[in-house]
Design a protein around this ligand. Structure first.
Ligand code: NAD
Ligand code: UFG
Length: 347
C-alpha cells in the first residue's frame, strides 16, 4: 500500500516535529511549504535528525499548477495539511489574507487531491473553533463559534470538509483540533521560532528567561480560575506529532480492511488537563532555574477564562493519548531556546 504523505506546512513548528514522527513510524514524506513563516534551516535540521534529506518542495497551496505537478510526481496515500497563517491579531488586521491563504488555499488543495483521487486528509484545526465553551472539558460535540478571522477560517474549512463528506462518500477527512501546543524536540534542534514578537505564552516566557524580552505581561488575574489567571490545555508538540501518526495509522487500517470511508471526523488533541498561566510560569522558572519577571495587566481582548479538552475520542479511536508533562514541556522549550537564542537565524 502507498506509504507516501504530502505534508503541507511541514517546515513550520508543528509540521517539522510531525515529519520526524512520521519518518520514525516508517512513512515517506514530501514537504510542501512556501516558507512564509518558516525557514529552510528547519528542513536542514529535520534532515539531520532523521539521518537523510527530507524531500522538500517550495510552493504555495494556492498555486494549483504547482500542486498538480507535485501530485503528478508522487503517488500519495494522503495529505497532512498544516499550511496556514495562525496569528489571531494579524488576522483581524488582514482578514482577506487569512481567508485567502487558509480557506482558498485549502479549497485549491482539495480540488487537486480530488483530481488525483487522493482522499485521505488530516487537517490542522484548533480549539479556537469552540469559542467560549459552555462546559469543560470540551468534547467534539460542543457548539462551535469564533470571534476572529483566524478562527473563522478554521471553522470555514471544517464546514467545507463536512459538506464535501456529504456529497462524496469516499473522503476520509480528519480534523484535529489542537489545544495549546508548546515544547520542542528533545534534541534542542527544532522548536517554535516566532518571526516577530511572540503572541503566545510559552515562547514569550522563554524569551524573557533567555533575556531577549524584559518582562512577561500576564493578561488578567481576575478570571474565575484556580489563581485568577487563564487556564489552558498545554500539550507537548511531540505528543501532538504522535497524534498525527496515530490518525494516519487509523486511516491506513481502514484502507487495509476495505472499510467504508469515515467522512468528516473531528478529534481533539489535548491532554485533558488544564494548567493556569501562573502555574506554567512558575513551573518554567523551577525547572529551568531561571527567573521569569512578570506583571499582571488587563485581560487580552478575546481571551477566555478556561479551555481544556476531553481527549477520550482520540484514545478510543486512535489509541493515542498525551504522555508528557508540563515539566517536560518547560525543559524542552528551554533546551531549544537556550541552544538557539535567535531561533533558526544565525547569531
Ligand atoms: P507555523 O506557522 O509554524 O507553520 C505553518 C507553515 O505553513 C509554515 O511553515 C508556513 O510557511 C506554511 N504556510 C503558510 N501558508 C502557506 C501557503 N499558502 N502555502 C504553503 N505553505 C504555507 O504554524 P504551526 O504552529 O506549525 O501551525 C500549523 C497549523 O496548525 C496551522 O494551520 C495552524 O493554524 C494550526 N494550529 C496551530 C496552533 C498553535 O498554537 N501553534 C494551534 C491550533 C492550530
Ligand atoms: N498570555 C499571557 N501573556 C502573554 C501571552 C499569553 O498572559 O504574553 C495568556 C493568555 O491570556 C491566555 C494564555 O496565556 O490566557 C494562553 O495564551 P496563548 O496566546 O498562548 O494561547 P491562546 O489560548 O490564546 O490561543 C492559542 C493559539 C490559537 C489557538 C488556541 C487553541 O494562539 O491560535 O491556542 O488551540 F486557536
Amino acid at each position: 500500500m502507498k506509504n507516501k504523505i504530502l505534508v503541507t506546512g511541514g517546515a513550520g513548528y508543528i509540521g517539522s516535529h510531525t515529519c520526524i514522527a512520521l519518518h520514525e513510524a516508517g512513512y515517506e514524506i514530501v514537504v510542501y511549504d512556501n516558507l512564509s513563516n518558516s525557514s529552510r534551516e528547519a528542513i536542514n535540521r529535520v534532515s539531520t535528525i532523521i539521518g537523510q534529506p527530507l524531500a522538500f518542495i517550495e510552493g504555495d497551496i494556492r498555486d494549483a499548477e504547482s500542486l498538480r505537478q507535485v501530485f503528478a510526481d508522487h503517488a500519495f496515500f494522503g495529505v497532512i495539511h498544516f499550511a496556514g497563517l495562525k496569528a489571531v491579531g494579524e488576522s483581524v488586521a488582514k482578514p482577506l489574507l487569512y481567508y485567502n491563504n487558509n480557506v482558498s488555499g485549502t479549497i485549491t488543495l482539495l480540488e487537486v487531491m480530488m483530481e488525483h483521487n487522493v482522499k485521505n486528509l488530516i487537517f490542522s484545526s484548533s480549539a479556537t473553533v469552540y469559542g467560549d465553551p459552555n462546559t469543560l472539558p470540551i468534547d467534539e460535540t460542543a457548539p462551535r463559534s469564533c470571534t476572529n478571522p483566524y478562527g473563522q477560517s478554521k471553522l470555514a474549512v471544517e464546514h467545507i470538509l463536512e459538506d464535501l463528506s456529504v456529497t462524496d462518500k469516499s473522503w476520509n477527512l480528519i480534523s484535529l483540533r489542537y489545544f495549546n501546543p508548546v515544547g520542542a524536540h528533545p534534541s534542542g534542534q527544532i522548536g517554535e521560532d516566532p518571526n516577530d514578537m511572540p503572541n503566545n505564552l510559552m515562547p514569550y516566557i522563554s524569551q524573557v528567561a533567555v533575556g531577549k524580552l524584559e518582562k512577561l505581561s500576564i493578561f488578567g488575574n481576575d478570571y474565575p480560575t484556580v489563581d485568577g489567571t487563564g487556564v489552558r490545555d498545554f500539550i507537548h508538540v511531540t505528543d501532538l506529532a504522535a497524534g498525527h501518526v496515530a490518525a494516519l495509522d487509523y486511516l491506513k487500517q481502514l484502507a487495509l480492511c476495505n472499510n467504508d470511508a469515515i467522512g468528516f471526523l473531528p478529534i481533539n488533541l489535548g491532554t485533558g488537563k488544564g494548567s493556569s498561566v501562573l502555574e506554567l510560569v512558575n513551573a518554567f522558572a523551577d525547572v529551568t532555574d531561571q527567573t521569569v519577571p512578570y506583571q499582571f495587566t488587563d485581560r487580552r481582548v478575546g481571551d477566555i477564562a478556561s479551555c481544556y479538552a476531553s481527549a477520550d475520542k482520540a484514545k478510543t479511536l486512535f489509541g493515542w493519548q498525551a504522555k508528557l508533562s508540563i515539566i517536560d514541556m518547560c525543559k524542552d522549550t528551554w533546551r531549544w531556546q537556550s541552544m538557539n537564542p535567535n531561533g533558526y537565524r544565525a547569531p
